[in-house]
Design a protein around this ligand. Structure first.
Ligand code: PLP
Length: 381
């Protein structure tokens, strides 16, 4: 007889083995494999999120992020969450209901920006281009002239297509039309040239799991003076409490006021990832990504495989490869994973079934990885 006032349901009480994952080489659109030093840093003992030692680490993370992004912006912080959280933070803070937001849609993440901006009450105008192409300055000027947006949002490195949006001259146009320039740098930060201040980018966000080689879960964000000014002059409250930068910045700034508990160990990991960037130096890092991408592109050509994006604006961090006629894209990705422990990805949206996506990001951008993938692909196609 049960004399307790409860009865435990044991149905879900599974006795499981310790977590154990296969040794995958992650050459898809992200996550990429974290650098071993980052994994080590993640397991460092914890301190409290207001401990002086952690406060110092927060300052270091901000400084190293400023280096990686080439900015002096004071509000340069990691958002707790994945890249989409930082993406949402830029829109939640910089869009007021009724604002017109012009979004460059030439891939999947442009569509996500549209969806998010709409949720914050923006009148969204999508400026479209086929997936794999980029916008010219003239097209951007026409978009700004016609729609007079409060914010222009562009994806610098479209992970769904492999195209790199040139940003030269865009900020000058935005300033001419009194509009903020918001840029998605998730697949470019730490992998290819990116100059927040020199290029006049007002707000940008990124992710940790791409060219920074840290696991997903913490995501850089930076706001320049024009973005901060808009935030300070808002007529309405930021409609997302968790991502309200006027609150979060009090924790990352001088006040150190509790907002939410920072993901302590993810910050350790990000610090190590950024320390690796500073150790290598941006120029060397960009050159490494470029050289290994070239090795991949040359090897793909030898296999008679064609890249989807013209070389002039092809990303070094993410290559889309056209699937040859008669080949089932998913069979190849499935066999690469099962037989060779290599992950690459299939196409998304308009490019589903038409391309494979190969990422050479951060720690994974190494010649031995390129040669291994090419050898495996040669066996499968
Ligand atoms: N933007 C781009 C260009 C991306 O590639 C990604 C992720 O792949 C995101 C935004 C969203 O980041 P997350 O998946 O980390 O939320």
């Amino acid at each position: 007889m049960n004399d307790k006032p409860w009865q435990i349901n044991e149905a879900h009480r599974r006795q499981l083995g310790q977590v154990d994952m296969p040794p995958r080489l992650l050459l898809g659109p992200g996550p990429s494999n974290a650098h071993p030093r980052v994994l080590q840093a993640l397991s460092m003992r914890q301190v409290g999120h207001l401990d002086p030692a952690f406060v110092q680490l927060m300052n270091e993370v901000q400084e190293l992020l400023r280096y990686a992004w080439q900015t002096d912006n004071s509000l340069t912080i990691p958002v707790s969450g994945t890249g989409s959280a930082a993406m949402e933070a830029t829109l939640a803070n910089l869009v007021e209901p009724g604002d017109t937001v012009l979004v460059g849609v030439n891939g999947y993440f442009g569509l996500r920006l549209v969806d998010m901006a709409e949720r914050y009450g923006a009148m969204v105008v999508a400026m479209e281009r086929p997936w794999g192409e980029v916008f010219t300055l003239d097209e951007i000027r026409v978009g700004l002239e016609t729609h007079r947006p409060a914010v222009l949002a562009l994806v610098h490195a479209e992970t769904s297509t492999g195209a790199c949006q040139p940003l030269d001259g865009v900020a000058a146009l935005c300033q001419e039309f009194d509009c903020l320039l918001l840029v998605d740098t998730v697949t470019s930060l730490g992998g290819l040239p990116l100059f927040i201040d020199d290029w006049g980018i007002d707000a940008a966000y990124s992710g940790s799991q791409k060219c920074l080689s840290c696991p997903p879960g913490i995501s850089p964000l930076t706001f320049g003076p024009r973005a901060l000014d808009k935030l300070q002059r808002r007529r309405t409250k930021v409609a997302n409490w968790y991502l309200d930068m006027s609150l979060v910045s009090k924790y990352w700034g001088n006040e150190r006021t509790y907002h939410h508990t920072a993901p302590i160990n993810m910050n350790y990991g990000l610090r190590e990832a950024l320390r690796l960037v500073a150790e290598e130096g941006l120029e060397a890092r960009w050159a490494r990504h470029r050289a290994n991408a070239q090795l991949l592109w040359d090897g793909l050509a030898e296999l008679d495989l064609t890249c989807h994006v013209p070389e002039a604006y092809r990303l070094p961090s993410l290559t889309t490869v056209r699937v040859p006629d008669g080949i089932d894209a998913k069979v190849v990705t499935g066999r690469l994973l099962q037989e060779y422990n290599i992950e690459i990805a299939n196409g998304l949206g308009q490019l589903a079934g038409k391309v494979w996506r190969i990422g050479l990001m951060g720690y994974n951008s190494r010649p031995e990885n390129v040669l291994l993938l090419l050898a495996a692909l040669a066996k499968l196609i």
